[in-house]
Design a protein around this ligand. Structure first.
Ligand code: NAP
Length: 287
């Protein structure tokens, strides 16, 4: 029988553990505290930030939103990030992307203090993943996908995994993570010839291209054995849809994530895990 890989049950089951860890850190004298810089008034970004704020409240950690106007000067922006990086009461931080055009030539992910890098995009952070060291911070969406598979007892070792999309925030770090977990990875992108050839026999398919419904019934086989993870969050005719044509693919696979309610919430969950980890590291190792 097909299994729906929804995030809600996993999150509800694990929230008490996150609350305990937050409580423990607070009683050790360092309250986990997330600071987010939001520039301008992008509605989607604001929605993401609100979700993160709500989750922080649920697990009992501090959330600070630093809102900057759309036309903020480069100097003031850099100064703001610098202050957060050096504020000892802040244990995790990031700049919500995208930023306005006049700031987009700054390598923002490299500005963040690596000790507070809860998004996991700083090169120092990625370097650990590159070296197959999995005890550090792992970028949130890839980490959330692995948690989703683990919590559903879906085997990774030895599996053939096809990922569609090679972005710095999803596809590429996810390919490193799957490799480190002993899967065999095929990484597809916009120049891949014959996508179907790479998906049809995969044990696990991860769609992260940003192309609505790129994965259809034709891309999966009829063995009811494949697991499909849909990372996509796309607007189509005013509706949020994934990269997978759910209605037709669901009939043919062993397990599949819904959109919304799958990878999205797991990403926020992973951000909370990363915040607790950076805070624990600051207590144990100092910055
Ligand atoms: P991105 O930076 O635009 O990267 C898209 C990747 O897909 C690129 O590597 C691109 O190839 C590849 N691609 C584009 N068209 C393709 C095609 N026709 N066939 C095969 N590959 C194709 O996107 P992203 O930031 O990784 O995001 C991808 C999707 O995931 C979006 O819908 C985004 O909203 C969603 N997302 C969701 C979450 C979540 O928490 N659920 C988090 C992050 C992103 P090239 O490299 O050749 O250009």
């Amino acid at each position: 029988m097909m299994k729906l890989l929804d995030a809600k049950s996993i999150i509800e089951r694990n929230i008490p553990n996150l609350q305990d860890r937050a409580q423990q850190l607070t009683s050790q004298g360092l309250v986990p505290s997330l600071s987010v810089v939001l520039v301008g008034n992008n509605q989607a970004s604001r929605r993401y930030v609100n979700n993160k704020a709500k989750f922080c409240k649920r697990i009992g950690v501090v959330f600070n939103l630093i809102e900057l106007p759309q036309d903020i000067s480069k100097e003031t922006f850099l100064d703001t990030v610098d202050k957060i990086n050096n504020d000892p009461s802040v244990t995790g931080c990031f700049v919500q992307l995208p930023v306005p055009k006049h700031l987009s030539n700054i390598n923002i992910t490299q500005l963040i203090n690596p000790a507070k890098d809860v998004d996991g995009f700083h090169l120092n952070t990625i370097n650990k993943l590159y070296l197959n060291e999995l005890d550090g911070i792992i970028p949130c969406t890839p980490k959330g996908i692995i948690t989703l598979l683990n919590e559903n007892n879906i085997k990774i070792e030895g599996m053939n995994v096809t990922i569609i999309g090679r972005s710095h925030i999803v596809g590429k770090p996810l390919s490193l993570l799957f490799q480190a977990l002993n899967a065999t990875v095929t990484l597809c992108h916009s120049r891949t010839k014959d996508l179907k050839k790479h998906t049809i026999n995969a044990d696990i398919i991860v769609a992260a291209s940003g192309v609505p419904h790129i994965i259809t019934a034709d891309h999966v086989n009829s063995n009811q054995s494949q697991v499909v993870i849909d990372v996509g969050m796309n607007q189509l005719d005013g509706k949020l849809v994934g990269d997978v044509y759910f209605a037709e693919v669901v009939e043919k696979v062993r397990a599949i994530t819904p959109v919304p309610g799958g990878v999205g919430p797991m990403t926020v969950y992973s951000l909370m895990e990363n915040l607790l980890l950076t805070t624990e590291n600051i207590i144990n190792k100092g910055i």
